[in-house]
Design a protein around this ligand. Structure first.
Ligand SMILES: O=C(O)C(=O)C[C@]1(C(=O)O)C=C[C@@H](O)C=C1
Length: 363
């Protein structure tokens, strides 16, 4: 009778093989990380090298004597290449200016005494979708200032889906928005859509907004990076978190460190909301970057009845502020009339959040 080893005995051997494999894998990881570092230093933007992977797979296939099939062994090695590539690329990311690995402490913006991020209590950015008239801006600013809101929003250049929709008041809107904000002791934030307008918008606005549709406009990102105004950077409609953070990196790489990230919902298959609020993006952006992160609940939901729960959820995951659209008469607004709050609606909204707004975001 042949001696048969016990399962326990065989498992002990497997355990030892696992340890040996792990030691070799770790050693491989260290060597690959050095390759990745060398590639970065040589300025090679792409770490992925399919030809090199293919060469290794061919050699592995020719050396394979079983018992695993070549297909199985190749699948395992492909996973190893994938993990190695991730390792190379994540080491690279550590160098990003937006990364907490480069700057561990929170960036706290102080714009004329209004503090955003870090240990500051969450801020509210509120105002109409579009700047439409003196009366509309005056009423809104007076109301919001009396409620303690420090940042007034209002679009002078509107990125409308249809070229025939209201396109905004342009420079007249900028002048009006900044004057009214100043009169009420507020900061003024407004969107800039075109590199040619950055200078004029920066002349009037305290904060430049890069909207969701322009998050991939790299020329615009560089231009606002060169301006010396803080930037509110909305996440693109279909942008991954990585793409959003790289967009912020464009701004920082031009020397402008004052960036506020704004999650505003992403496009999904869901139809009951205009967009889908991605709260994990807020938590991740807070974890991976040192920048303040706020949440635009108006665009995230596209419907008024969800604003309070979504704002509460945003603050619960650590958002440094909430962006919400408020209009004296939403029904007659020239844009976004389905989703803006009227004054009574804003009162209810801010009362529901009052206890959360007193404390800095803590997760
Ligand atoms: O040799 C390289 O260039 C590497 O980056 C290492 C490695 C690997 O794991 O072997 C990783 C990713 C590349 O796609 C190719 C190969």
């Amino acid at each position: 009778m042949t001696h048969q080893r016990s399962i326990e005995d065989l498992r002990a051997e497997v355990d030892q093989i696992n340890r040996d494999l792990l030691t070799l894998l770790s050693k491989r990881g260290e060597v690959v990380a050095q390759i990745g570092h060398a590639k970065t230093q040589e300025g090679r933007p792409n770490h992925y090298d399919p030809a090199r992977e293919d060469k290794q797979l061919k050699e592995i296939e020719s050396l394979n004597q079983g018992p695993f099939t070549s297909a199985a062994v190749k699948a395992i090695f492909k996973e190893i290449f994938k993990a190695s590539l991730d390792l190379e690329e994540s080491n690279d990311k550590k160098q990003l200016l937006v990364s907490r690995k480069v700057k561990s402490e929170d960036t706290v913006l102080d714009i004329d005494g209004v503090r955003i991020g870090g240990d500051a209590p969450p801020i509210i950015v509120a105002g109409p979708c579009s700047i439409e008239s003196e009366e509309q801006m005056e009423q809104t600013a007076a109301f919001l200032a009396a409620k303690g809101v420090k940042i007034l929003r209002g679009g002078a250049y509107k990125p409308r889906t249809s070229p025939y929709g209201f396109q905004g008041m342009g420079v007249d809107g900028l002048i009006l928005g900044s004057r009214v904000a100043k009169e009420h002791g507020m900061l003024f934030v407004t969107e800039v859509m075109d590199t040619r307008d950055v200078e004029i918008v920066a002349e009037h606005a305290d904060i430049l907004q890069v909207g969701a549709r322009n998050m991939h406009n790299f020329a615009l990102l560089r231009e606002v990076g060169r301006s010396r105004r803080p930037v509110l950077l909305k996440r693109g409609l279909s942008a991954t978190i990585e793409e959003w953070l790289y967009a912020a990196e464009y701004i920082l790489s031009e020397g402008n460190n004052e960036v506020i990230l704004c999650e505003r919902g992403i496009r999904t298959y869901e139809k009951w909301t205009r967009n889908t609020l991605d709260l994990s993006a807020v938590a991740l952006a807070k974890q991976e970057t040192h920048l303040p992160v706020i949440v635009d609940v108006t665009h995230a939901a596209g419907r008024r009845d969800l604003l309070i729960p979504l704002a509460k959820a945003a603050l619960a995951v650590g958002a440094d502020g909430i962006h919400v659209e408020v209009h004296p008469s939403p029904a007659t607004a020239l844009s976004d009339n389905e989703q803006q709050l009227d004054f009574a609606g804003y009162d209810k909204f801010s009362e529901s959040l009052s206890s959360l707004l007193r404390q800095p975001a803590r997760v």
